[in-house]
Design a protein around this ligand. Structure first.
Ligand SMILES: *Cc1c(COP(=O)(O)O)cnc(C)c1O
Length: 370
């Protein structure tokens, strides 16, 4: 079976995790602190706070920025549901924004038209920008639009560790940037996540919120607010550290494999996303023409022992969001996000994939599309 992805946990990472497991200190400790520093230096930001998942990173970011009931947050309509779920769980309203057909990300224009369309009572407070599949969203124009409208920017960079836009790492453009280390992402700790920020006060609140609301005051631990247990373990951090050293090399390899897909499928009805500089290709999602059933194609590929899948979800089409926000669902009925959800096909892509396997995938695709 050619898999969509296979996580790469090297011998060095396994030995590092084993050392922690044998040390007697398992939860957030020295390895977490060291990985936080290494990530901050890789990203070029002041603070990194490791947490238990990408979803925990999104949830804490919203809470840390004081978002909750009475607020609204702009969220792309095409994303993994966790992005919208985290907004909903804080009590705020997710304002769904359609995406660009070439990048699958939201744009400044889309954001401005979403703001103009909004008729609800809730005050728009922030924009959650998703760098879908590792593609950097156009952050300079998005940050400008946010400033003009007095909105905060949170980056859902769950798929985009290592991506950059305008010479600056993705995840460091907004108030804070959220990352995931789930096995579907390029760097994985099993479960895990991180928040990057340059704001020292926000970093302090996030550190307390992830650890039962504990803060250091006058050299002692105090429970200063109600918090969560969203900590990462030390053995997970130990797994991540050696992977960070190899990340740029892995990204290069993914870029190269994605180009081979483009070459092999050139001249077919398959549409590729834009090849944006700074894209890290966590996922390669192509579009199959409307005359072809994506789901039937996935089944046929499976019969050739090739795993493919859907790309991301269209939030307004999920039953909960359709029921809770019928007006938004109605407005987005003919959205680009819906098209991407029905015709998007994720292809196998990971650094360990061979060029021969890429060719096999392409040959099968071409055959089944006829
Ligand atoms: C993976 C992902 C998440 C969730 O991350 P977890 O670590 O699985 O909680 C959130 N947003 C996006 C865009 C993702 O791709």
């Amino acid at each position: 079976m050619i898999r969509l992805t296979i996580p790469e946990i090297g011998e060095e990472a396994i030995q590092a995790a084993e050392r922690v497991l044998k040390s007697g200190y398992l939860v957030q400790g020295k390895e977490v602190a060291a990985f936080e520093e290494e990530l901050a230096s890789y990203l070029g930001c002041s603070h990194v706070i490791l947490v238990s998942s990408g979803t925990a990173a999104l949830h804490l970011s919203l809470l840390g920025l004081g978002i909750g009931k009475g607020d609204a947050v702009i969220v792309p309509d095409f994303t993994f549901p966790a992005t919208a779920n985290c907004v909903e769980i804080t009590g705020a309203v997710p304002l769904l924004c359609d995406v660009d057909p070439a990048t699958y990300c939201i744009t400044a224009e889309g954001i401005v038209s979403t703001i103009k369309r909004w008729r609800g009572m809730e005050r728009i407070k922030a924009i959650m920008v998703v760098h879908e599949f590792g593609c950097p969203a156009a952050m300079d124009t998005i940050v400008d639009a946010a400033e003009q409208h007095g909105l905060m920017v949170i980056e859902d960079a769950a798929c985009a560790l290592g991506a950059h836009w305008g010479g600056r790492k993705i995840g460091t453009w907004g108030c804070c940037g959220c990352f995931s280390f789930h096995p579907r992402k390029t760097l994985t700790t099993g479960e895990g996540g991180a928040i990057a920020t340059d704001d020292a006060d926000l970093a302090g609140r996030l550190r307390s919120l992830r650890n039962h609301g504990i803060a250091q005051a006058e050299g002692e631990n105090r429970f200063v607010m109600p918090g969560y247990n969203y900590r990462l373990t030390d053995f997970q951090a130990a797994l991540g550290r050696p992977q960070l050293c190899r990340l740029n090399e892995w990204i290069e390899r993914r870029m190269e494999l994605h180009t081979i897909y483009r070459q092999n499928l050139h001249g077919t009805a398959i549409e590729f996303p834009a090849d944006i500089p700074g894209h890290v290709w966590q996922t390669l999602m192509v579009l199959v023409p409307q005359s072809i059933s994506r789901d039937a194609l996935v089944e046929k590929m499976r019969s050739s022992r090739i795993e493919t899948g859907i790309g991301a979800h269209c939030i307004h089409g999920l039953q909960y969001y359709k029921d809770t926000y019928p007006d938004q669902a109605e407005e987005l009925k003919e959205s680009i996000s819906h098209y991407l959800f029905t015709q998007g096909l994720a292809l196998p892509l990971y650094q360990g994939l061979s060029k021969e396997d890429v060719k096999r995938v392409c040959t099968a695709l071409i055959r089944y599309m006829q």
